[in-house]
Design a protein around this ligand. Structure first.
Ligand code: CA
Length: 227
C-alpha cells in the first residue's frame, strides 16, 4: 500500500516515514499541505496520515481535497489532544479516523491496519483469487490452504496484482503503487521481486505478458485467444 505522511515537524515526519516503511508500507513524507496535494495528484495513495496543524494550507483543507480524489485515499488525522473542534472538523471533512497527539506508534499502526480492513465497494477486506487468499489487515497469505511467508515488498506486489486480477499490470504501475518515491525508475527490482514471488506462490499464477507486464491468472476465466 502507498502511504503519505503529512507532518511539518521534521523529526516526527522522518520517524513516521521510517517506521511505517518498516511495517511494509511504501511511504513518502510531505512537509506541508501544498506539497501533500501536489504529491497526491501524481500518486494514487491508499492511506494518508495527516497532521491537522500545518503551516499554510491547513489539514482540514488538505483532507477535503484528498476526499475528492477518485478513488479517495483513507485518511487518518493527527490532532492535538483535547482539540475536539479539530477532530469534529476533520471527520466532517471526510477523515476516516483520528489519533490525538502524542500517540504510541503501535496504536498508529493498529489504526492503519483497522482502516485497511474496512470494507468498501472498491476495497474488499480479504482478497481471494482462486485458492489464493490475502488479508491486507493481518498480512497473512495462503495458497491452496497453506500459509506463504512473503517479504513486505512481495506482499505489496501480490496485493496489487490481486486487486487487479486478470488485468495486465505494468512494471511502471507496480513501481508507482508498491515502491516509494526514492526508487530508481530504471531498476530491475520489479523483475527480481516478481521472480521471488512466483517461486513462493507458484509460477503458473503470474503470467508475463511480453512488452506489457504481468497478469495474475484467474482460474476458470477464459481469455481471448485461449479458446
Ligand atoms: Ca504540526
Amino acid at each position: 500500500m502507498r502511504l503519505l505522511v503529512v507532518e511539518d515537524e521534521p523529526d516526527l515526519r522522518d520517524a513516521l516515514v521510517r517506521g511505517l516503511a518498516r511495517e511494509g508500507y511504501a511511504t513518502d513524507g510531505a512537509p506541508d499541505g501544498e506539497s501533500a496535494v501536489e504529491m497526491a495528484a501524481l500518486t494514487p495513495y491508499d492511506l494518508v496520515v495527516l497532521d491537522l496543524g500545518l503551516p499554510g494550507m491547513g489539514g482540514i483543507e488538505v483532507c477535503r481535497v484528498l476526499r475528492d480524489r477518485r478513488p479517495p485515499p483513507l485518511v487518518l488525522i493527527l490532532t492535538a489532544r483535547d482539540a475536539v473542534e479539530d477532530r469534529v472538523a476533520g471527520l466532517d471533512a471526510g477523515a476516516d479516523d483520528y489519533l490525538p497527539k502524542p500517540f504510541d506508534f503501535r496504536e498508529l499502526t493498529a489504526r492503519l491496519r483497522a482502516l485497511a480492513r474496512r470494507e468498501t465497494p472498491t476495497r474488499p477486506a480479504v482478497l481471494t483469487v482462486g485458492d489464493l487468499r490475502l488479508d491486507p489487515a493481518t498480512r497473512l497469505v495462503e495458497a491452496a490452504g497453506a500459509p506463504v511467508a512473503l517479504t513486505a515488498k512481495e506482499f505489496g506486489v501480490l496485493e496489487y496484482l490481486m486487486r487487479r486480477a486478470g488485468e495486465v499490470v505494468s512494471a511502471e504501475d507496480l513501481l508507482e503503487h508498491v515502491w516509494d518515491d526514492n526508487v530508481d525508475p530504471f531498476t530491475n527490482t520489479v523483475r527480481v521481486q516478481m521472480g521471488n514471488l512466483r517461486r513462493k506462490v507458484g509460477a503458473w499464477r503470474i503470467e508475463t505478458v511480453v512488452g506489457a507486464g504481468y497478469r495474475l491468472a484467474v482460474p476458470g476465466a477464459s481469455r481471448p485467444g485461449s479458446g
